[in-house]
Design a protein around this ligand. Structure first.
Ligand code: ASP
Ligand code: MG
Length: 408
């Protein structure tokens, strides 16, 4: 059995007409010889609306019944999609997470899929029926509904593709693929034919919001090719190429750098002259972590006098105040000089060339220096280099890097 999993995001199922269009794509893929499993998100705006309803009753974090409300959005779409397919003469039935089941942990609003049973889905497929599965939700061993975190229906789709050993998981959305940069920032941005899981993970973490990052991690773990494509174009995934996220060695084209991202949502804090002794990094980072703030970059300069050193941290802009307050509460840090800056952006290159091509960092820094951009901090991973720069030069810096690493 050649199985294809297709997932439709909120804008692709925003009203009955669009659900009808999505249903036609499913029918086309059946004509192409696939057994199709459909996964659906809530109709556009519905999850936000449900969240707002819940907020009327106080704090909704980590609450079983908040998830019960939120999971209902997908239930509606799954039923509507099954009805749309039936009207077209395609056998279909809606399946909720508990009916399959898609089991998850009980971490409400951020549940992890622990297991998906393939048996029921396979028997539905064997009867030439399309299972239309609710994305975004799981069920705990106790039978309670959970949700997987906002955007989580991508992860549901890839999980199903993994257990069913699907040929591919097509994610239909409102953009036609993954771009080398945000086209609003760099108008020469190009659509990528292929991108590796690792690069996509970095790009997703850096704020390219096309896919739920956990779906990419799952795809990588189980080797599921994931294709991102637009539901607003005429064709289907088997004939119109979007961007395929796959293993490095099956990439069609090798680029040194696949993507450039600019995150404007950054702030930095510098602690001047902290004692240069064991335990100080922990003493700085622990209170910030306890305040629930995620530190991104950490730079400690070499000590000039052997006694004190400067430390620079970057945090999300909205969390800067909390981070400073948390540090101020530490007994030894009451008098510490803390300099802060909010007009900071993080500019990143992601690509396998970072690992394979020793010239990449030098070229990046030279390009930035040529346009007079000062770098406040640098961090790297195997397939990414990020720098903190002034936000005001973010756009021109992204454009300059795009020109050098990707082209005009
Ligand atoms: N409906 C959920 C959300 O809006 C899940 C998803 O669309 O992936 O976050
Ligand atoms: Mg989404």
């Amino acid at each position: 059995m050649k199985i294809l999993v297709v997932k439709f995001g909120g804008t692709s199922v925003a009203d009955p007409e669009r659900i009808g269009n999505a249903a036609k794509k499913i029918a086309r893929e059946i004509e192409n010889g696939f057994h199709v499993v459909a996964v659906v998100s809530a109709m556009a705006g519905v999850t936000n609306q449900l969240t707002d309803y819940c907020k009327a009753f106080g704090d909704t974090t980590k609450n079983r019944d908040f998830d019960a409300v939120l999971a209902s959005g997908e239930q509606v779409t799954a039923g509507l999609m099954a009805l749309a397919l039936q009207q077209m003469g395609v056998k279909a039935r809606s399946c909720q997470s508990w009916q399959i089941p898609i089991r998850s942990s009980a971490d409400y609003s951020d549940a992890r899929i622990t297991n998906v049973e393939a048996e029921k889905l396979l028997s539905i497929l064997q009867s030439d029926t399309v299972p239309v599965v609710t994305g975004f939700q799981g069920v705990t061993p106790e039978g309670d509904l959970t949700t997987l975190g906002r955007g989580g229906s991508d992860t549901s789709a890839v999980a199903l593709a993994a257990v069913l050993n699907a040929v591919r998981c097509d994610i239909y959305t409102d953009v036609d693929g993954v771009y080398t940069c945000d086209p609003r920032l760099v108008k020469q941005a190009q659509k990528l034919k292929t991108v590796s899981y690792e690069e996509m993970l970095e790009m997703a973490a850096l704020g390219a919001k096309v896919l739920h990052p956990r779906s990419v991690a799952l795809g990588m773990k189980f080797g599921v090719p994931i294709q991102v494509l637009s539901s607003f174009e005429a064709g289907v995934g088997s004939d119109v190429p979007g961007t395929v996220i796959t293993t490095e060695d099956s990439m069609i084209e090798e680029h040194i750098i696949s993507g450039i991202t600019l995150s404007r949502n950054e702030a930095k804090l510098t602690l001047a002259q902290v004692p240069d002794k064991p335990g100080i990094a922990a003493a700085v980072c622990q209170p910030i972590a306890d305040a629930g703030v995620q530190v991104d970059m950490i730079v400690q300069s070499a000590s000039a006098d052997g006694k004190t050193t400067d430390m620079t941290l970057s945090v999300p802009r909205g969390d800067l105040k909390r981070a400073v307050e948390a540090l101020r509460k530490v007994k030894d840090f009451e008098k510490l000089e803390i300099k802060t800056a909010e007009d900071i952006a993080k500019l990143s290159l992601a690509g396998i060339g970072v690992r394979n091509n020793p010239k990449v960092p030098a070229t990046m820094f030279k390009t930035l220096s040529e346009i007079g951009v000062n770098i406040h901090a640098i961090s790297t991973s195997e397939v990414r280099i990020s720098v903190l720069i002034d936000e005001a030069s973010g756009e021109k810096a992204a454009q300059a890097l795009h020109k050098v690493f990707i082209g005009e």
